[in-house]
Design a protein around this ligand. Sequence first.
Ligand code: TXA
Ligand code: MG
Length: 317
Amino acid sequence: MSESLIETEALDARPEGIARAAELLRAGALVAFPTETVYGLGADARNGAAVAGIYATKGRPSFNPLIAHVADVAAARELVEWNDMAEAMAAAHWPGPLTLVLPLRSGHGVSPLVTAGLATLAVRVPAKACARALLKAVGGPVAAPSANPSGRISPTTAAHVRAGLGGKIAAILDDGPCAVGVESTILGLAGAEPVLLRPGGLAAEEIAAVLGCPVAERDASDPLSAPGQLLSHYAPQAAVRLNATDLRPGEVFLGFGAGVFDLNLSERGDLREAAANLFGHLHALDALRRPIAVAPVPEVGLGVAINDRLRRAAAPR
Ligand code: TXA
Ligand code: MG
């Protein structure tokens, strides 16, 4: 099973670093890059061999489709059938932590490995300036899941990426920690009604406010409504216990709000701060190799995305 290791270039967000990252991507190599949500593992979305490399490197189940990242709305519209709801959402929240799932447009050029054979494509314009500069320089869609081995904690720093994928990818573009800290919200707009396919960095309430209608939750029994939403995901090596109000012997305590904890997602009980800290704190506690108890986090706003990730981290594997 052992693969030979390559040297993973460390690039920074200055123009030369971005140009080098774009050159590597255009040549079919894998490059990790920062977005405002998490670090992504990028490949040229039109190059099937490069996209296959994402699946192989992450050890990702092949039925799990990927998000195509583009520099702006115009680039998105070349790939998918645009509609009024997409226009409203993009106008309000792109660039930003929002992914839209829309029908593929003919002549899109995207490898079927990106969509895992579906007739729809997930697209997003990331907010981080460095990511958009990279996408402009590449000049085409970049497929990118989170830059971690499949099933493990998502990376919010370049160091997290190197710990998980160093030696296996061509380069890591480093532009500091991710401000949002949880993955994008995925909104399905391919049918008559909008469907929330994955809670994430944009709260569902903000989507309803733009569309002027409630957003349906995805039907969890329908595998096609959000393929690849595996129950056990974001998993630390150690066991995770949720809604803990006390500490059991041997555990480390991840807190939220006032209290005595080993690490705190947000002392002042701020959900934005908690989202930004979530994966970093899980990485840090996981390094202690002890079971992790997690204090309750309220199920409102960004708390929905935080609890979704925590439940997957705690799920039986
Ligand atoms: O914030 C993010 O979204 C990060 C950064 C790197 O942009 N990316 C990310 O990608 O979280 P990933 O691969 O971990 O999650 C993509 C999810 C898949 O699990 C799948 O459920 C959903 O997007 N997805 C992709 N294409 C889809 C489609 N055509 N229909 C429904 N769901 C889709
Ligand atoms: Mg992921």
